[in-house]
Design a protein around this ligand. Structure first.
Ligand code: BGC
Length: 410
């Protein structure tokens, strides 16, 4: 069929720390200055000041939705001290989206926390859930009219990063070189770097509690649909490895998908697929087709992710909140996205309740310790901050306008 339901959201996603710049009060800013091997975010791409231009490019291309985050580290610079000016800043972003005819999808937490929260023990700290709930309560003051709110981005990857940090703190004797070897972006998966450690389910359970606390607050104080967004590695079992796949799926995904069962929607985020053998997750095979973050070129991943999510959540409405490819070749981005959307459309035809597709990312941005992987529909000159839309932006806009893939070539 290759067509999409009426009212489908078509857009692109971003995260505050990756685009705003000078997020000085966040735990990631501290990390960037101290962990060897990480590139700093610096000014990022200055979207803190240029958000209107960014949203205008998106709307003018024909898209109707923008997913962005509000930054906890700016809104609550000290425990219990909320910045009215920063809340007003994010309210202006929401108003700008409305003005441009864009449906905002607002993320309350996308990997970064205030420094003081990290110093209190971060997600392992005793007051973590209470602190996050207090922030969420304050955030609701600016969410009037917003229809879609995600409490947290990829809690499963956040749990993995928290596990990784705990391992690094537990081994302070590590030399600088060892630390450098250990450092790995949550998204860069290249050999010979070590594989990502599995997220500790106890940390995951803590995040589920934080999500539920925030969800109830957002529900009580706004009319928004509330959920969270889960990274999906689209595992596929080798013959005989079904049990291993289920075991890994639980640790990496299902714990979090089950945590979303009473939500209003779930965000699905998928980029590539991975084989599972009886020995565990197979590294992405080396191939010239691999993306700039070392993952296999697998536009079918989103279809696998949608089906798995629908099965675990019992058919909860789904927003695809991230899908895309790290490549410097924009024609390849179009081919990947076209193929990915065909898998989405097949899932819709099979009765899966998909409400929208938000591409990662609107802009080339700071990829968690690295600048090289480019996921954007728009490139950015990091000295002048000039934005240059790539052909993929116009292409996705045409698909959005047509609501149909067959009407648009590539
Ligand atoms: C994250 C983004 C990231 C993207 C691409 C997701 O893990 O939510 O922040 O940039 O994938 O790697």
């Amino acid at each position: 069929m290759n067509s999409f339901p009426p009212g489908f959201l078509w857009g692109a996603s971003t995260a505050p720390h990756q685009i705003e710049g000078n997020n000085l009060n966040s735990d990631w800013w501290v990390q960037e200055q101290t962990v060897p091997g990480m590139e700093p975010s610096g000014d990022a791409i200055d979207s803190y000041h240029r958000y209107r231009e960014d949203m205008t490019l998106l709307a003018d291309a024909g898209l109707n939705s923008y997913r962005f985050g509000i930054e906890w580290a700016r809104i609550e610079p000290l425990p219990g001290r909320f910045s009215r000016a920063e809340l007003a800043h994010y309210r202006r972003m929401i108003e700008t989206a409305f003005e441009l005819g864009l449906t905002p999808v607002v993320t309350l937490h996308h990997f970064t926390t205030p420094r003081w929260f990290a110093e209190e023990g971060g997600w392992l700290g005793e007051r973590a859930v209470e602190r996050f709930a207090a922030y969420a309560a304050e955030a609701t003051s600016i969410l009037g009219g917003v229809e879609w709110v995600a409490t947290m981005n990829e809690p499963n990857m956040l749990a993995m990063m928290t596990t990784m940090r705990r391992m690094m703190t537990a081994a302070p004797q590590a030399t600088e070189e060892q630390a450098q070897e250990q450092w790995q972006s949550p998204t860069v998966d290249q050999d010979p770097r070590p594989q990502l450690p599995p997220p500790d389910p106890e940390i995951g359970a803590r995040l589920v509690d934080a999500h539920h606390a925030a969800r109830e607050i957002v529900r009580a104080r706004t009319d928004a649909k509330v959920g969270w967004t889960v990274a999906n590695r689209a595992f596929v079992a080798r013959p005989g490895a079904e049990a291993k796949k289920r075991e890994l799926e639980y640790v990496w995904e299902d714990l979090y998908l089950q945590g979303s069962i009473r939500d209003d929607f779930v965000g699905v985020q998928s980029y590539s697929s991975q084989w599972v053998s009886e020995a565990g997750i197979e590294p992405h095979p080396q191939s010239p087709d691999n993306t700039l973050v070392g993952t296999a070129y697998r536009p079918d991943a989103i279809g696998i992710a949608l089906r798995h999510t629908a099965e675990v959540t019992g058919g909860l409405p789904i927003l695809i909140t991230e899908n895309g490819i790290a490549t410097s070749d924009d024609a390849r981005r179009i081919t990947y996205t076209d193929e990915a959307l065909r898998h989405v459309s097949e899932a819709v035809d099979d009765g899966i309740d998909v409400r929208g597709y938000l591409h990662w990312s609107l802009l080339d941005n700071y990829e968690w310790g690295h600048w090289e992987p480019t996921f954007g529909l728009i490139s950015v000159d990091r000295d002048t901050f000039a934005r240059t839309p790539k052909p993929s932006l116009a292409w996705l806009g045409s698909v959005a306008r047509a609501g149909d893939l067959t009407a648009v070539g590539h």
